[in-house]
Ligand binder design. Sequence first.
Ligand code: NIG
Ligand code: FE
Length: 419
Amino acid sequence: MRATLITNIGELTTNVAAPGDACGTLHDAAVLIEGGRIAWVGPASDAAGLALSDRETASERRNGGDFPTSRRGDALSRAYDVKIVDAGGRAVLPGFVDAHTHLVFGGDRADEFEARMAGVPYAAGGIRRTVEATRAAGDDTLRRRLAGFVDELHAQGTTTFEVKTGYGLTVADEERLARLAAEVTSEVTFLGAHVVPAEFAERRDEYVDLVCGRMLDACARHSRWVDVFCERGAFTPEESRRVLAAGIARGLLPRVHGNQLGHGEGVQLAVALGAASVDHCTYLSDDDVTALAGSDTVATLLPGVEFSTRQPYPDARRLLDARVTVALASDCNPGSSFTSSMPLMIALAVREMGMTTAEAVWAATAGGARALRRDDVGAIAPGLRADLVVLDAPTRTHLAYRPGVPLVRTVWKDGVAVT
Ligand code: NIG
Ligand code: FE
């Protein structure tokens, strides 16, 4: 089988934890990719044998003999047809895992951003403007837009991403958003409970019934997750619990938008239901932090929101010191965070939220994988998907040290270069 050896990697972030190094850093390393998966990881010097001339490889094959195993190990000997890629001493890390996006929508809200920068506070009510624009957009328009975002994600090193519904808010519109999202990712989240749409403003109980009933029925087959915006101005804790319970009863896994705009019960609800993740976590009580620390629920922090709304950044240090698992995600959406850049999230987390660069890179890769309950992505180890990013820089630190610079050079998704 044709295999690829990426060698001469100056700094390799494996995320296979070693004592004192959660990022499992290797220097002068190599990675062998075979059949879309990682086949081997180790010192570049151990892989040097693979660079033997094609002549030797070809003659070995002609003779029907096995490739010599000395110095190379089983995985290497199997991969006798090897393309060598020289990373030139650059840094390589797992592809970013963006566990929170809202990428299927029509229109944009640049005017709201301008107003916020002039001092107007963020209000979740703006979601209804995007709902109008999304309902008015045809499938092809939304599909084209989504494809553009996928290219944008890949170009910035994101290889796994979640996409939420939530800008349709009718049975038919939510169904089509879930269906379109499922065309580009297996991580689709049903977010019919994003806000109560204008036409149900006086009948919110009826809307919650619809979400838990016919809307969920229409979306469940396209979705893996159910989410709810549990916040003042969106859904109460009781309504949120109903929606999540209905989703769970249909076989979906829960995740929650919580504690974004103020203190609230989102975190406690997420932990009580065993949610994979509670996202935002900007306003946390000590009890919230304790509950997260004693749970398997990941705190997914979305610093693009605070950047774009001028709210205070979440205190990642407090969570990490309490041993909470932290992920970073973009929350890419037209209202509160219109960026798909995981390198920007890393830079913000380091500059504004008390994370080390290693912690931020871990959170944007392995942390995102935990938030999506995925064990096939987020690290570089044999058997995992060959999703990797080569930086045009010698270390991962450069992601925060050189903010705004497009450092992503090559991106491999399932062993195929997508940039
Ligand atoms: O995650 N918080 C709720 N939903 C989005 C915002 C959506 C919007 O403003 O359009 C978020 O920030
Ligand atoms: Fe969101």
